[in-house]
Design a protein around this ligand. Sequence first.
Ligand code: ADP
Length: 591
Amino acid sequence: MNMRISFGQKLIFSFCLVILVSFSFIAFFLDKNLEENSLQNIQASLIAQAKLIEVQITAKSLKQEDVASLEKLVKVLSPKTKCRITIINTKGKVLADSEKSEEDVLRMENHLYRLEVKTALGGSIGADTRYSSTLKIDMLYVALPIKEGNTTLGVLRLAVTLESVQKTLFAIRKTVLLGLLFALGLAFVLGSLMARIAIKPINRMIQVSRKFSEGDFSRRILQPSRDEIGELAVALNKMAQDIENKIKEIKTQNQKLSAIFNSMIEGVIVIAKTGYIVSINSTIEKIFGVTKDIVEGKVFLEAIRNNDIAEIINAVLKKGELLSKEITLIYPVHRIFEVSAAPIFDNDAIAGCLVVIHDITEIRRLETVRSDFVANVSHELKTPLTSIKGFVETLLEGALDDKENNRNFLKIIQDHAERLNNLVEDLLSLSHLESKEITLNKKNFNLKQQLEDVISGFTSQLKKKNIELKNELPVNIFVAADKDRIEHVFINLLDNAIKFNKERGSIRIYFQEIKGGIKIIVEDSGVGIPEKDIPRIFERFYRVDKARSRELGGTGLGLSIVKHIIELHNGSVGVESTEGFGSKFWFILPT
Ligand code: ADP
């Protein structure tokens, strides 16, 4: 079991250990010293008493072994000295003992070999501590030789119980033990108190550190003291500040990256090694009609059902090589994409794959438009050229001499050359209008006046078809525009209005003031345009009836030139028409 020992417990434990060890030392030495000291004191006083008693023992009574007088002496002195007094002869025989009667003394065993007796018989003072089997208690024995001159006559032995010594020692031990208990109690209380004081800032640090680990770096630890704990608090605060700064930095970086990621025109998908979608950008959301929250974390094919892309991803994740492929999407939108997938490496191992989806529908459309345009131009050029070639050949083969037809043939050749010229001119204007360098030469001029000039150029054509034309523009209508180009617009629109008009038809040119500009309308009573052709009528080479248009000398570029010129003026063009009843072509010039 992994038991948690708190700092407080450890502190208390250390306090107690120190107290226990020091008390044990003190107790041990005190006890030992006291015991020795007391014994020595008692021994010294016993020796002194023995010396006093020895003086009262007569050599005669010893020599004659006058047991009765000796007995009397020990019995009198014993209560006074509070000692047991024993007199032993040189042979170890007990002659008198204060604790025994005369008869008992006779039965006492020989004392020759008792340590203290032996020493005394040797001439010096003997001492011994022993358990007395007679009295069933620890006793201190002191023995003195009783001398006459140099001859030892016997031994005087004094004995006291060590009861008092033991009592004193016991009392001291009790005091020491009580002291120990008190010290331990104090250690416990002080330890807890100190631990609490010491732990308080640590606990606060733990709390704040927990907040740090939860990602809340706004808290700071108040520096509790100038010691190591204080330093730790300072270090923790600095760490939190550093982490907070780093997180802020990473956040701004992430924001920047995600801003770039989401504002990219290309669709981006990040795939993990396992084939799961890690992230997609908003372009992908738009293309596939999905949302980030739903697809992220899902397997690609489960989230975005596109087999082609899934195959590319699988191949890249397998081989770790860049792969690029064009795919066509039918659902949810019909589009063409260039899909490029690159492996992401982490320490040389494939960690995922980055898919970039580039919408090339417009590029492909422009390519088609361009090739269609080239095909159209070639076709348009070929028709008059074939005719010219044919008639020139006919003339060369003899028709030149055919007085009736040769002028006719040359007239046809001239017409076709004229058409070629028109076509080339229109193509040049168109390419000039489409080039980026074009600048408009804007001037303020009277629009009605300009229209009048254009109309005068069409007089013969109008007469031919008997068409009535009304210029209903107000006299003082002024616009700031490129005069030559607006003239081009009028020419093209009027040309069409006449070409596609009926005999004795009419044309009306009028204007409407609208918000932010003026709207000029060219209304004719011609053949009109079928509804299905209206949306494409401004496209290059688009004609309702190709043969008829050609026959009328049209190039199919007139309206797209009009559109370009008006759009260069930031305006717009349009048409309203009912087949068989006429058309209303209009353009708006911003003012
Ligand atoms: P085109 O040289 O053939 O006139 P445009 O670009 O000027 O070429 O016009 C394209 C086509 O638009 C014409 O071929 C014709 O079918 C149709 N269109 C243009 N203007 C009129 C109109 N006023 N009435 C009917 N159809 C028109």
